[in-house]
Design a protein around this ligand. Structure first.
Ligand code: AHR
Length: 334
């Protein structure tokens, strides 16, 4: 059958259809690229992340988790190391705002003093996610969610274990405490949880408590001072493995046997800490997981898409005795 011109689309119709298709495509690209806070135009979400620093084995594992998860999720990560200074974190967040990233996430070095910069992010319509550590802002609308551990619980679990171990004690049990970074959420909360738990037994007394800034060097230095000033130390509660590992050196140098003469309790359960526990140098660890990357990337995508997310997402954690550390070590990822 011979085709008439009426059955074929005219050049004009084809041109109109093509123009319409192009316009729809461009509109779709515009939505996904610019999002809340702008974008690079390649369809990828840009996440600005301000990390506390590199003070501990935990922090290194956390940074690795975030970088690897961003790459796996196809998220363009702008990573900033604040070297444990709040002013550097504030500067980094302001840079992220200027660069119009899609989402900002950060692990606040200390709890206070974030309202102004968080308000700036909110005004720029850039959603903020807190990871690992919380802020004490009264205005909860300044951030979308907080993903991280329950630090009070970690301190409480450490204290409860000690109460059980020392339940037969008839005299004073002298405890020294190595606190994390002054003003940080884990230092404040672990101190609180531990103190609450040991208050169950009046024999358990904290005789000295000072910050070792979550570092090995800090733990060693402060433990040396504790040992000089206090002839009878029965227990060390260190707010992280690294400070506990630093303290081991000071304890050994003072001629004492760690894990025997002084009971050592820490938090984190990174490989080196777990090794010390398996070797009998530490006695108990409350776990704090640094593997927050996959959940963070998932949340970044959700808040960028305007989806509702829970205001608080708590990390699942456990505790380890010496025997449990021996069993867990071969499969420990960090
Ligand atoms: O905020 C988590 C804490 O920070 C970890 O317990 C400690 O090791 C790190 O430096």
């Amino acid at each position: 059958m011979k085709r008439t011109r009426a059955h074929l689309p005219s050049r004009k119709v084809i041109a109109v259809l093509a123009a319409a298709l192009l316009a729809t495509g461009m509109a779709a690209c515009g939505n996904s690229d610019t999002g809340d806070g702008g974008g690079k135009g390649d369809g990828k979400i840009t996440l600005g992340f301000s990390q506390v620093g590199a003070e501990s084995g935990w922090r290194t594992a956390n940074t690795t988790s975030i970088k690897e998860s961003a790459a796996a999720a196809g998220i363009d990560l702008k990573f900033d190391d604040a070297q444990q200074k709040q002013e550097n974190q504030i500067k980094a967040i302001r840079n992220f705002i200027q660069q119009k990233v899609d989402v900002i996430a950060f692990s606040p070095v200390v709890e206070s003093g974030w309202d102004t910069v968080l308000k700036e992010a909110k005004d720029a319509k850039i959603p903020v996610i807190l990871t690992d550590r919380a802020v004490d802002s009264a205005d909860k609308s300044l951030y979308k969610t907080f993903l991280g551990s329950d630090f009070v619980k970690e301190g409480r679990l450490a204290g409860e274990w000690l109460v059980e171990q020392k339940k037969a004690a008839t005299g004073p049990v002298n405890i020294v405490e190595l606190q994390g970074t002054t003003g940080s959420a884990p230092a404040n909360d672990r101190k609180k949880g531990f103190a609450e738990a040991i208050s169950a037994n009046p024999n358990l007394k904290i005789i000295a408590s000072q910050s070792g800034d979550f570092t090995r060097a800090g733990g060693k230095q402060v433990m040396e001072q504790f040992l000089k000033a206090n002839p009878k130390i029965d227990v060390l509660f260190a707010h992280n493995d690294d400070m506990g590992l630093g303290a081991l050196e000071a304890i050994t140098a003072a001629g004492k046997v760690p894990g025997k003469d002084i009971t050592i309790i820490t938090v984190d359960a990174v490989k080196d800490g777990m090794q010390a526990l398996a070797d009998g140098k530490f006695n108990f660890i409350a776990e704090c997981s640094p593997l927050l990357g996959p959940q963070l990337m998932d949340l970044a995508k959700k808040v960028h898409n305007g989806e509702q997310v829970p205001a608080r997402i708590e990390t699942q954690e456990t505790t380890f005795t010496q025997e449990q550390a021996k069993a867990a070590l071969p499969n420990r990822k960090y």
